[in-house]
Ligand binder design. Structure first.
Ligand code: FAD
Length: 430
């Protein structure tokens, strides 16, 4: 069976890998110059950094299985040295989710709150045995209120504000007011003993490894798809391709444009694809003189009610090709990203640095160089009801066209691999 995969992000690559393992002939068509999509690393001149995804955790079980199968165990590093800046208390302290002392010392909430969190989190975990945290079928059961509604109903205002909101906004950027409680429950079920890992040579290591095993066309943008006599013709900017089946592995709005005229895709699926909202986002990689970065090391996030425009600063640990320089990566908030996304590169870099210095107060006054990464379709917003919708979407039969992507799950690498496995199964069975 000859299968075309449209899009070479982690979802498309994982689908290619699953189908390749099942003995299918697959080909990836990627419109960009690089494979990896939103996991791509930037590696030019003296700058090296992850432009999108930066970590996986120990509860990414499918991802770890890939790492073992693809012999990439030596390519991952455990992330250490996370810190948080305590807003209002104006100090930076170590922060390790797996370390009970971090929780015991946590300010802002009182001892009674902490007991309530431990007790209720254990309850949530016990009630969710055999729970798959990226399967929308499972997530759908908790998908009827926002994180804010859930936090205030089950816990209290303080616990919502200082614990639950903090587990979403600095990592997914979208507001806890609009996001489904299913996400925070999925994280709570897994949070105890959480460990973080990164790929030493960039988060795209996984996609690159997979794409080296299957034919891949870069700079190949799919313009349209038509089906005639059970053959699928894919028109690209280069040449027409013919396949028996295809996997659409682009963000939802782009997928919708490609399939809106296909009869095999159901009306519900088309409606779901066209209704997905994405947030815009900016990540900036800076080089800084090593001399000036002596007192700064680690990963910094805010805790408390922050009103500055950066939610994460990663300093050191990212290699610069020149030893006298270090790389600092700054992730802006959703609000600031949306406000300045069309400004000049220079303006964005300067503003990003000013905001980063509010979060990581020991950063030097200036930087040497900067690379700005802007994304219009950065993160699909997991609104209330979206997981239920995704579960319904995945149950509908659109063979010979199937869909993969983070808009069908929790937006993360593990979720993408989940959708790829589902797609491979629905195309060719076990
Ligand atoms: C700033 C940021 C930080 C993140 N941090 C993390 C993290 O730490 N951990 C984590 O697990 N996840 C993280 N994520 C989420 C994760 O990166 C995404 O969920 C995941 O990479 C999405 O992969 P995908 O393959 O579904 O989509 P994409 O990566 O967007 O891939 C889609 C691909 O399709 C291609 N394409 C589009 N249209 C066409 C066309 N017409 N023809 C051919 N090709 C086309 C695109 O060029 C792209 O390569 C982060 C995301 C962002 C933006």
């Amino acid at each position: 069976m000859n299968i075309g995969i449209i899009g070479g992000g982690i979802s498309g690559c994982a689908a290619a890998y699953e189908l390749h393992k099942k003995g299918c002939k697959v080909e990836i068509l990627e419109k960009g110059e690089q494979i990896g999509g939103r996991t791509i690393s930037f590696n030019e001149h003296e700058l090296f950094f992850n432009t999108g995804a930066a970590f996986i955790t120990n509860f990414y079980h499918r991802t770890h299985k890939y790492i073992t199968e693809l012999n990439l165990q030596n390519s991952i590093l455990e992330g250490k040295n996370a810190k948080v800046y305590l807003v209002g208390k104006e100090k930076t302290v170590p922060f390790d989710v797996a370390d009970i002392s971090t929780f015991i010392k946590f300010p802002y909430v009182n001892t009674r709150d902490k007991f309530s969190v431990v007790f209720k989190s254990l309850g949530l975990k016990m009630n969710r045995r055999n729970y798959d945290w990226v399967d929308p079928e499972h997530l759908g059961k908790d998908d009827y209120e926002s994180v804010a509604q859930f936090g205030k109903r089950v816990f209290n205002e303080r616990i919502y504000e200082y614990l639950l909101r903090q587990s979403i906004e600095p990592y997914w950027y979208f507001s806890a007011e609009e996001v489904s409680a299913a996400m925070v429950i999925a994280l709570q079920v897994n949070a105890m003993n959480a460990k973080f890992y990164t790929f030493e040579e960039g988060m795209d290591t996984l996609s690159r490894k997979i794409s080296s095993m299957v034919p891949t066309q870069l700079n190949c943008e799919v313009k349209s798809i038509s089906i005639d006599n059970k053959k699928i013709t894919v028109q690209t900017n280069r040449e027409d391709k013919v396949y028996d089946k295809i996997v659409v592995a682009t963000p939802a709005s782009l997928a919708h444009k490609l399939v809106e005229n296909l009869n095999c895709v159901t009306d519900y699926q088309k409606e779901f694809l066209s209704s997905q909202r994405y947030l815009k986002h900016i990540v900036i990689g800076y080089t800084v003189s090593s001399e000036n970065l002596k007192n700064v090391s680690g990963e910094f996030h805010p805790i408390g009610k922050w009103d500055f425009g950066a939610v994460a600063v990663l300093a050191k640990g990212y290699k610069s090709k020149q030893l006298d320089k270090e790389v600092v990566v700054v992730y802006l908030t959703k609000d600031l990203s949306e406000k300045i996304i069309n400004h000049s590169e220079e303006e964005i870099a300067k503003r990003g640095w000013t905001e980063a210095k509010k979060l990581c107060i020991d950063l030097p006054p200036g930087f040497l160089n900067a690379k700005v990464i802007r994304r219009e379709l950065a993160m699909p917003i997991s609104e209330v009801g979206r997981f239920k919708g995704a579960a319904k979407f995945l149950k509908q039969d659109s063979n010979p066209v199937v869909f993969v992507g983070d808009y069908l799950t929790i937006p993360c690498i593990e979720g993408c691999i989940f959708t790829a496995q589902k797609a491979a199964h629905s195309l060719v069975g076990k």
